[in-house]
Design a protein around this ligand. Structure first.
Ligand SMILES: Nc1ncnc2c1ncn2[C@@H]1O[C@H](COP(=O)(O)OP(=O)(O)O)[C@@H](O)[C@H]1O
Ligand SMILES: [Mg+2]
Length: 340
């Protein structure tokens, strides 16, 4: 029997490969006051900031990867380099066989980028106008255009919104239109920078669901940045955690959360001034005033503690998971074990 025939061959094609990628921003530093401004005319001093520091990253076709890190970690800078908006200071970068910053037409046809903070839509036009415009820009055939338009109209349930001016849409509705116009030309990779920023919990959940569907239905590779853990946890199998420009974790999302998101934060509000008559161990009191208490507790002890806390009859209870800042701190504390 031929053994080779029985072996399943799985080949993963990398659509993104970056090695030792760095970006150093240089900005003019002006001295204070009028004299400082005048001096600056002939003698400029610069300040350098390493926003991305020797990042190496490979992403396979069809992956849905979460890029997560605190504010200022370098997420947007990394996305800008991968999409060619800015050139790296050093390192190598290959996306779909291209050097992104060359901005070749062939490259632009094959990816899309959506930035939560920056719209690519014209607010006075309607989504239908925008779609027709993008059809021309990408030179799409009528049949491809119609098919994709129908697919997204159905997926997002936006039939009634296509003919209203973009500026009248809610933020959540607008994000659907951003996605629709970005994905119209069937890009192989979709980059999203903070797509849920400013959205309420329901709209965020909806957008996350759509991304998952698009990744599954169309095999689109998706790279999504966020500083909300929920975004990543819900849909990304793989997480890349970035802090101060460097990758501090690259692995299974599930593993990231079970290992490093260990506590819950319980916040309580009281109608009457309240004093706890017992110790809250293993919980740690983070904040304690007569009307409000905040306690951090290991996940596995949260239920038992909550049960005890209920006897004090709080007016309001809020339970939160550790945020990305806390997770990053713990990755450092636990040392090398983190990065695999
Ligand atoms: N154009 C710029 N000039 C100088 N510094 C910048 C510029 N853009 C970003 N930075 C700095 O680079 C760091 C990373 O920024 P950014 O990539 O926007 O982080 P994130 O998206 O993770 O919040 C920050 O410290 C930020 O202040
Ligand atoms: Mg950012």
């Amino acid at each position: 029997m031929n053994m080779e025939l029985e072996m399943e061959v799985i080949t993963v094609t990398n659509v993104i490969k970056a090695d030792d990628l760095s970006k150093v921003y240089r900005r003019v530093k002006r001295k204070e006051g009028i004299w400082g401004s005048i001096q600056g005319l002939w003698k400029r001093s610069y300040e350098e900031k390493t926003a991305v520091n020797k990042v190496s990253l490979q992403i396979g076709k069809g992956e849905l990867v979460g890029l997560i890190g605190p504010n200022g970690a370098g997420k947007t800078t990394l996305i800008k380099m991968l999409t060619g908006i800015i050139a790296p200071t050093s390192g190598s970068i290959n996306v779909l066989g291209y050097y992104p910053n060359d901005l070749k037409n062939g490259f632009k046809q094959r990816y899309a980028v959506v930035m939560g903070q920056k719209s690519q839509l014209f607010f006075e036009l309607t989504t239908n106008d925008m779609l027709r415009l993008f059809k021309e820009i990408y030179g799409m055939s009528d049949s491809d255009y119609e098919r994709n338009r129908a697919y997204f109209t159905e997926l997002f349930q936006v039939k009634d919104l296509l003919d209203v001016q973009v500026r009248t849409l809610s933020l959540g509705e607008r994000m659907k239109m951003e996605l629709m116009t970005a994905l119209l030309h069937n890009p192989e990779i979709l980059f999203l920078d903070e797509p849920t920023i400013g959205l309420d919990a329901i709209a965020s959940k909806q957008i996350r669901g759509f991304l998952k569907d698009i990744n599954k239905d169309r095999g689109t590779t998706i790279i999504l940045t966020s500083h909300y853990m929920e975004d990543i946890k819900a849909i990304c199998q793989r997480s890349v955690v970035i802090n101060h420009g460097s990758i501090v974790y690259d692995g299974q999302t599930q593993e990231l959360f079970t290992r490093y998101q260990r506590n819950k934060k319980i916040s309580l509000a009281f109608e009457q001034p309240t004093v706890f008559k017992e110790r809250m161990e293993p919980g740690v009191m983070l904040e304690e005033t007569p009307y409000r208490k905040v306690i951090s507790v290991p996940k596995e002890n949260a239920n038992e503690l909550l049960y005890r806390l209920m006897t004090y009859m709080p007016k309001d209870i809020m339970i939160e998971e550790d945020d990305i800042g806390t997770v990053v701190e713990r990755i450092y504390k636990d040392g090398d074990a983190a990065y695999e």
